[in-house]
Design a protein around this ligand. Structure first.
Ligand code: SF4
Ligand code: SF4
Ligand code: FES
Length: 536
């Protein structure tokens, strides 16, 4: 069907409402502004706020754009005087009871009531009655604080808990101008996706305990990132100030996470600045103690240990453990390194945990699918070979190999000649490692991660560690150079060049590199493509 909106012609699929049609075309609030509170692209239609009224040719009254289906040939106007007056009327009614909290409200700066009051609000109030006095600063559950006075009754939060999580903790109580949103008696707002209600609340009624009063939002630099909590690879906007990530909020990607994040993933940004990050290169001295050292000395020690062992026993005694937390480019470099070395034993351990039917995946790493597509198989054969005494040197990325499903501890590594560790965090590997390198978090480096559906997504540095840290690709490249391996003649590691080479050499990554991957990601060639419209 065809419709015209503000003199712009649009093709619209049958059965879509005016707001849905604009959203499908990427024009809503991005060329054509129709203010709205209760409508949300991923929730059912409520039609309660009345802010989205528009004029439709041939209809005597204004209609709400969120619940009016497009008809072929429909002509819609969003900027007429009649529409403006209606928006002003709606705003006046909403502001009758809204407290003058902006200076102390954490939503200020990203509040739709503030924005539309600025555009459509009256300068003064005609109301003589006092505003409603309701609950302030109520803890609704472990993650959310509620200010009932600020609620504009759009019911987005209620619909979210009913339609997305199915937990139904929130409801609208009473009738008419006595209506309030609240939790059902004895049922706190406590579900694994509870913090999404703060994102969808258009005002400062629902705020997260994690971010509340931490920093004013206008001080945040918002950068695109990927959650690394599980194999879903949800798209996030990271709010950064003073070189520190202050929060994650969802970034819409209909092919990955719609507009949601699980609470655990949302809070996973805390691990970026966690006190247990590995912050320096360490080498085990002759007295058995791990001593801090510089990068060059750590590379020399690791290279000389490997060289000595390979000269004596051949490269077959060297094994590699890849990390499903490293980028595709890091892992491709590691794969090339192991091949150039002649080490034929390698695998990738992946930590497992709970999953659900909304977003959360059982694999608790962001790049397990990428590691497999690059050629790292299961870690079981490596573990087997370590146990049978066939391995004397292990180069290990991350510490997931210590999981119960794999080694179950460091005991079997204690007898190895050399254990070279590249890791983000301190772990029990410290007890057996001979050389340790601190590596960068995915939020601190450039590269790509492949999610469980085979979608390759870009990460860029959101922050710079305050200590010297390296990407795994950088450490491995320097080690390759120190060992004089073929293909490792150049001193530097360049993730862009690694991505191009991966795309050239691995058919699954054909046509995908850091320049072409785009904000929404691209599907691996070898993975069956989902239904039309899902890919970018
Ligand atoms: S708390 Fe927020 S999301 Fe929930 S009904 Fe009120 S304004 Fe809407
Ligand atoms: S579902 Fe997975 S990727 Fe998405 S936010 Fe949660 S942990 Fe992160
Ligand atoms: S957005 Fe249409 S009535 Fe609320």
């Amino acid at each position: 069907m065809k419709m015209t909106i503000d003199d712009r012609e649009l093709e619209v699929a049958e059965g879509r409402t005016i707001l849905q049609a604009l959203d499908d075309a990427g024009l809503l609030m991005n060329g054509i502004d129709i203010p709205h509170y209760c409508w949300h692209p991923k929730l059912s239609i409520d039609g309660s706020c009345r802010l989205c009224q528009v004029e439709i040719e041939g209809m005597p009254k204004l209609q709400i754009a969120c619940n009016t289906p497009v008809a072929d040939g429909m002509v819609v106007r969003t900027k007429t005087e009649k529409v403006r007056k209606a928006r002003e009327g709606v705003m006046e009614l909403l502001l009758v009871n809204h407290p003058l909290d902006c200076p102390i409200c954490d939503q200020a700066g990203e509040c739709k009531l503030q924005d539309y009051a600025f555009e459509y609000g009256a300068v003064g109030s005609r109301s003589r009655e006092p505003r409603r006095a309701l609950k302030k600063n109520v803890t609704l559950g472990p993650t959310i604080v509620f200010d009932q006075e600020r609620c504009i009754l759009c019911r987005r939060c209620v619909r979210f808990c009913k339609e997305v999580t199915g937990t139904r903790e929130l409801g609208v109580f009473n009738r008419g101008d006595a209506s309030i949103v609240d939790t059902h008696p004895g049922a706190p707002l406590d579900n694994p996706y509870s913090m999404n209600v703060a994102d969808i609340c258009p005002v400062g009624a629902l705020t997260t305990r994690d971010f509340r009063f931490k920093v004013r939002v206008w001080f945040l630099d918002e950068k695109d990132g990927i959650c690394t909590g599980c194999a879903r690879g949800c798209n996030v906007l990271a709010g950064v100030t003073k070189n520190e990530v202050q929060r994650y909020v969802p970034r819409r990607n209909d092919a990955v996470n719609d507009t949601w994040l699980c609470d655990a993933g949302r809070l996973s940004y805390h691990e970026i600045a966690s006190p247990d990050r590995l912050r320096q290169c360490l080498v085990r001295a002759a007295d058995g103690v791990l001593e801090p050292t510089d990068f060059a000395a750590a590379i020399d020690t690791a290279a000389s240990r490997l060289r000595r062992l390979i000269e004596a026993k051949g490269p077959e005694v060297v094994a590699g453990i890849a990390s499903a937390h490293a980028t595709n480019e890091d892992l491709f470099t590691f794969k090339n390194f192991l091949e150039a070395l002649g080490a034929d034993t390698a695998g990738v351990p992946v930590a497992l945990g709970e999953s659900d039917e909304i977003l959360v995946e059982a694999e608790k790493a962001a790049n397990a699918a990428g590691a497999r597509a690059i050629g790292f198989g299961d870690a079981a054969p490596v573990v087997e070979r370590i146990r049978s005494g066939g391995v004397e040197a292990l180069i290990v990325l991350g510490h997931d190999i210590l999981d119960e499903r794999h080694l179950g501890g460091t005991g079997e590594l204690a007898a190895l000649d050399s254990v070279i560790v590249l890791d983000l965090h301190q772990s029990d590997l410290h007890h057996v490692a001979h050389v340790l390198f601190p590596v960068r978090h995915a939020a601190e480096k450039l590269g790509t991660l492949t999610n469980s559906a085979g979608r390759v997504q870009r990460v860029r540095p959101l922050v710079e560690p305050s200590w010297t840290a390296y990407s795994e690709g950088e450490v491995i490249t320097r080690l390759g150079v120190a060992l004089g391996l073929p293909g490792f003649e150049a001193a530097g590691y360049d993730p862009r060049a690694a991505a191009r080479e991966l795309s050239r050499r691995n058919p699954a990554f054909s046509g995908i590199d850091l320049e072409t991957v785009g904000a929404a990601g691209r599907l691996l060639v070898a993975v069956p493509r989902p239904a039309a419209g899902e890919d970018d």
